[in-house]
Design a protein. Sequence first.
Length: 449
Amino acid sequence: MPAAPDSPVNGAPAVPAAGRAARDDACPGALRLHTADDGPLARVRIPGGLLTTRQIRVPADAADDLGDGRLDLTSRGNLQLRGLRAPDAATALAGRLAAAGLLPSYAHERARNVVASPLSGLDGHGYADVSRWVRELDALLCASPAAAGLSGRFLFALDDGRGDVAALGADVTVIARPDRARAELRLAGTPVAHVPVADAPRWALRAAEAFLTLAAGHPARAWRLADVDPTGARTAQLLPLADVPPRDGPADPSPGHRTGPRLGGLAQPGGGTWVLSAGAPLGRVTARAWRVLAEVAGAAAGQVRVTPWRGVVVPGVPADEAPEALRRLAGAGFLTGEDSPWRGVTACAGRPGCAKSLADVRADAEAAVRAEAAGPGHPLLPVHFSGCERNCGRPDGARVDVMATADGHYRVTTGGTGARAATSTAARELPAAVATARRTTPPPPRTTT
């Protein structure tokens, strides 16, 4: 089990020497808040996006009582609260999270960055139910003093073999294999070993601890594996792999870019229940909408999985109740169909939340999306709106990039991952420019499950 919370908010254990440089990164957490223009911001790590019945409502209540009444879903399946008003917001939030089991170790709260295949164990696909890996890796992380030195940027990915989260550029990736006995361990995307399925979380942790050994001797700040070891070769040499079967034959195929579960309902194997998939427009929902989600989940299996594609998955919904549950989610503001023009639309915080932003990109994104008319046979390329050149929150993969510039215009860049063409567009002309760009660039491959 994860360690119990080990200190008050203002007295967390000292970071091990090997990780001090990494801990200087600016990633916020639930204890270390980020000061944004709209108030302090907290990021709550949700390993694997897994929330239980008693945990689902806690972030919504905290957003209402302590923040601006909204929740942001991040590209790592975590949750953010903005505009935290109370002077003791960090202490109050930490107490609520700890009581719900969402803060098992104060020392490790920013190190618990774990993404996992959202539909694993639910739809009959994949070679393992990685939710067990998520729980075991989280417990191992919280029990490792060294792991407290991982930066808030370091990422683990646990993929059940379908290739969805393996495409997200994690530092340490574990992928279930067709033989169901072994898993492939990848470091910075490079395959290094096949490990026993039962020991996969332990090897993921050992890889992270090996990275910290390398980072301790690195002259510059090393937040992620690629900072010190782009191919993972040096980290692999530090792993005690003598008792691990070598990777036999070629590496497993590399996954392509994925866009996550399809929105809507999917019958679960065995009949009788559905799994529902819904998205959050621009990755943001109200606390009220989140409570509707909690009610839908509570009437089903009592679980929610937050996805790295700024969405949620609700398993175990009785088949005869699924259509009404989808209507309730849609009425609360969630996206529940693939034909929505909001599908694949992301944006940074923009004004007024970010002082560096050159525009209110969310308002301009909403105006652009309202002009869309997506539907069957008219796939739209994903699009990301940024308020400056930092491109915060931009997902990987082919997409249209829309970036605000200092002259009050937007630079719209198209062309996928190869040669790219950019044009300058006035804000009033942005809806037409974005609509054209999303249709003239071929969409990336996507999962069908």
